[in-house]
Design a protein around this ligand. Structure first.
Ligand SMILES: C[S@@+](CC[C@H](N)C(=O)[O-])C[C@H]1O[C@@H](n2cnc3c(N)ncnc32)[C@H](O)[C@@H]1O
Length: 263
């Protein structure tokens, strides 16, 4: 995806957002060409070994539709999170729904998992997958993660995988996650951060944006932004190199846990 950074001097927010939607629209359409019954490898451009390599368990992946494996995540945001039957889970930037379908197994019939994504084709793809495989406890909505269509204090868990880095207003995303969570609710993130400032060239590269690292915050800034939104017990529970693009030595994939105070 990231072959050669196209330098764009004055990249505007509108250009970045349009490029993100265009990129993920193309990926959704491309992966949909073999829907349904795509039991072959690379059907959705991702594979179980690739997903295992970033932290998923094979036995979990084997329980969800092949179509959701698109290789778009940067970790497993569900690692170590207790999701109980009956819980409500919200996934920010849900894409084809890999984490929604995994969480669906945990919340059971009484629970609900809600995927939010601004790319209509991703939402359509995920909705079609859910209908085809009979997942009644999941729903997907076209919306921005900076403005969630979720009532206050209704989610037990909010997760997000490789999507907050693409947001142009990350404080607002974390404020929205905080608003949506019940007191005591848990935030689980897989995302990309950087360990030193990226060059202006990279920050102004459309390819670097759509490859999920031009928009990455410095690691401490990322954690501070979560804390400023009101979360407590903010911690990185796993970290590894993010092997995408030319800047892997300064780009890290992290798994973060945080909690909305119980009172
Ligand atoms: C890298 S993909 C990850 C998809 C999915 N979470 C996964 O792990 O497979 C990022 C997704 O976030 C969505 N996205 C990016 N920025 C968004 C925003 N501001 N609001 C809603 N969705 C957004 C994109 O449309 C895309 O589907």
């Amino acid at each position: 995806m990231n072959e050669g950074l196209q330098m764009r001097p004055d990249l505007t927010e509108e250009e970045i957002k349009a490029a993100v939607i265009e990129t993920f629209t193309a990926k959704a359409i491309e992966s949909d060409e073999c829907f349904p019954y795509c039991f072959s490898l690379h059907c959705a451009r991702g594979t179980i070994p690739e997903a295992e390599a970033i932290g998923y368990m094979r036995e979990d992946l084997e329980q969800i539709p092949d179509e959701v494996l698109m290789g778009l995540g940067c970790g497993n945001p569900l690692v170590g999170i207790t999701i109980k039957p009956g819980d409500t889970v919200v996934d920010l930037g849900s894409g084809s729904g890999i984490d929604v379908f995994l969480a669906s197994k945990k919340v059971g019939e009484q629970g609900k998992v809600i995927g939010i994504d601004m790319t209509e084709e991703m939402v359509q793809k995920a909705t079609k997958t859910a209908a085809h495989y009979g997942y009644d406890n999941v729903e997907f909505h076209v919306a921005e993660i900076e403005d969630l269509p979720i009532d206050n204090c209704t989610a037990d868990v909010v997760i997000s995988n490789c999507s907050v880095n693409l947001s142009l207003d990350k404080p607002r995303v974390f404020n929205e996650a905080f608003r949506a969570l019940k007191p005591g609710g848990v935030l689980g993130l897989a995302d990309v951060v950087v360990t030193r400032e990226l060059s202006e060239e990279t920050k102004n590269s459309i390819d670097a944006w759509t490859s999920c690292f031009a928009g990455a915050l410095l690691k401490q800034e990322y954690l501070d932004t979560i804390i400023r939104a009101g979360f407590e017990n903010v911690e990185i529970v796993a970290e590894r190199e993010f092997n995408d693009g030319n800047s892997s030595e300064r780009v890290r994939s992290i798994i973060v846990r945080a909690q909305k105070p119980a009172n």
